[in-house]
Design a protein around this ligand. Structure first.
Ligand code: FAD
Ligand code: SIN
Length: 556
């Protein structure tokens, strides 16, 4: 196989909101290669519904948004990161509009003011949206803008496999003390199976989340934790992995094939109510904000109702509102529900929680730098510290925008300063050879299903020591088996993802076992209370194990 060598100033891994918005800006300072493992639109971003939170209303303030984020995060968020997030919001939204994103407006005194929506945990209306298709509109605008820039080159159907660091050159790896430098990545051309070398002065991981390590998820199939697993293998610090967010309202189907349809929190923002099978509004006794309580609380309350009554789903009802308004406000959800046989203007929607968003990831500082030199991370793959133990609704797209901007500011300085002076080392050609047989696909599929089921059954909304111990034992066995299979097989995109899924699942389990308390999205029946000794981040490193640390104390 003739593998190729590419070189650019910036290598962007992933073409969602984080990768694209970084690439557009970075192209002002140098050449940019974007690798993305499927088509350019395949991303969580493309499915985002509710919107992007930002302080834009006259009666709102940065302090309100900061407080809401920290309260939703169960007081584990890193305040300095939350401040960067919130204060940069309005500027980043304006930029998106300049790049062509068309959000929903309503007539205000000036004739055109944002139609700001409301979602769980927000004290004010601050969700900028494009009907219920925010992600699609944003992704399209970013792709169009990126396509106009000649210094950006997009490589679709290219799966990043491993980061290029001195480790591949035989040197010791120690990412936790910045002795490791990233020079790009080995990238698989899915079709030809050639593994190419993509060298770059600066690399940014923007590979999104990992919902697919769970049986039921709102995420599309690309979300397999690739960037996090890759960075972890290279020695980067990873944290907060135990905080997997379960969205309370995914459409319930007897047989779930592929990703679950999300019923946006914005539907509850417009007044939708939750009922159990007895017709009771169970959120009333749970939280002052009822249906609009933060997500961890609503998801756990639904889980409790399902277990209490032995039901498979609860109901979300908005049929009491004007049908014309509902169809205009939620055209996508309306059409998708109709396809599945539910007209939500007339009847309630059956809903269940599903894995939705990974709050943890690769630990980054306020400049989006990871613990590995010249490796930046933005979007769902990053652990900026913003979300703490539970992400506030619609803070994810915002985080991706704000921290990819921070990454651009910091890394472009480095690239400009070193223009013409950066000599990237020569890396050996990919030498992993094996005998992958397509009949063996059944082995990969079985392992994927096993990971998904064990994570769903043992590391879900409610956890216990017994369940976590079981999950840990099984994941270690799977990890060994998969790593052996990976070594012996010819490389394929599916195999690369399986290897990353097992690592990501293990990181989630290890984080959960270390956190001996219940906080936010992590609820363990053996430690049902908050423990202030645990008001830290479970930091994991492939060469240094796992330690509870304050994110503010981690300096790069
Ligand atoms: P993504 O958009 O997921 O992009 C990741 C990219 O990396 C993809 O292009 C993927 O193909 C690529 N990739 C992955 N692995 C590799 C690899 N090994 N090699 C090469 N490429 C790779 N958040 C909000 O704030 N508001 C919302 O309204 C909202 N609604 C949501 C609705 C749904 C149904 C879902 C699933 C999520 C929603 N979220 C929302 C969360 C939000 O959409 C995501 O967190 C955000 O889009 C992540 O952006 P990203 O750029 O980090 O990753
Ligand atoms: C939704 O529309 O409910 C998703 C919003 C989010 O994930 O922040």
């Amino acid at each position: 196989m003739n593998s190729k060598i590419y070189e650019s100033d910036f290598l962007v891994i992933g073409s969602g909101i984080a990768g694209l918005s970084f690439a557009i800006k970075a192209s002002e300072s140098g050449t940019v290669n974007i690798v993305t493992k499927k088509k350019d639109t395949d991303s969580n971003t493309n499915y985002a519904q509710g919107g992007i939170s930002s302080v834009l209303a006259d009666d709102d303030s940065f302090d309100n948004h900061i407080d809401d984020t920290i309260i939703a995060g169960n007081f584990l968020s890193k305040k300095s990161a939350v401040e960067v997030l919130v204060k940069n919001g309005p500027e980043r939204i304006r930029e998106l509009i300049e790049w062509g994103a068309e959000f929903s407006f309503k007539n205000g005194p000036d004739g055109k003011s944002f139609d700001l929506g409301r979602e769980g945990g927000h004290s004010h209306n601050r969700i900028v949206h494009a009907m219920d298709l925010t992600g699609k509109i944003v992704e399209e605008a970013l792709l169009k803008k990126a396509a106009e820039i000649t210094s950006i080159k997009m490589f679709e159907d290219h799966t990043a496999v491993d980061l290029l660091t001195q480790h591949q050159l035989g040197e010791k790896k120690c990412g936790n003390d910045r002795n490791t430098t990233c020079y790009g990545a080995y990238v698989l051309e899915n079709e030809t199976k050639s593994v190419d070398i993509f060298k770059a002065a600066v690399t940014i991981i923007a590979t999104g989340g990992a919902g697919n390590v769970y049986l039921h998820t709102t995420n599309p199939s690309i979300a397999t934790g690739d960037g996090i697993a890759m960075a972890y293998r290279a020695g980067a610090l990873v944290g907060d992995m135990e905080f997997m967010q379960f969205h309370p309202t995914a459409f319930y189907e007897e047989v779930q094939d592929g990703r679950a349809l999300l019923i946006s929190e914005a539907v509850r923002g417009e007044g939708a109510l939750l009922y159990n099978s007895k017709g009771e509004r169970f959120m009333e006794g749970v939280h002052d904000l009822k249906e609009l309580a933060p997500r961890d609380i609503v998801a756990r309350a639904i889980d409790k109702e399902l277990k209490r009554l032995g039901d498979k789903h609860v109901f979300l009802d908005i049929s009491f509102k004007d049908p014309d308004f509902l169809i205009k406000r939620f055209p996508f959800i309306y059409a998708m529900c109709l396809k599945k046989g539910v007209d939500f203007t007339k009847e309630p929607i059956p809903v269940v929680p599903a894995a939705h968003y990974l709050c943890g990831g690769i630990i980054t500082d306020l400049n989006a730098r990871s613990s590995i030199e010249n490796l930046y991370v933005a979007g769902e793959s990053a652990c900026t510290g913003v979300h703490g133990a539970n992400r506030l609704a619609s803070n994810s797209l915002l985080e991706a925008l704000v921290f990819s901007h921070q990454a651009f500011l910091h890394s472009s300085g480095y690239v400009k300063k070193n223009k013409g002076r950066t000599i990237l080392p020569d890396f050996p050609k990919w030498d992993k050879e094996g005998t992958f047989d397509y009949e063996e696909w059944v082995l990969i599929k079985h392992d994927i299903n096993e990971i998904k089921s064990l994570m769903w059954d043992y590391v879900g909304i409610v956890r216990s020591n017994l369940r976590l111990d079981r999950a840990y034992r099984r994941i270690l066995f799977l990890e060994e088996e998969i790593s052996d299979y990976y070594r012996r097989s010819t490389i394929s995109s599916k195999l690369v993802q399986l290897r990353n899924m097992v690592t990501t699942a293990k990181l989630i389990i290890c984080g959960a076992m270390t956190r001996k308390e219940s906080r936010g999205l992590h609820f363990n029946t053996d430690y049902p209370d908050i423990n202030d000794d645990m008001k830290k981040c479970a930091v994991q490193c492939s060469n240094a194990g796992i330690q509870m640390k304050n994110l503010d104390d981690i300096r790069f």
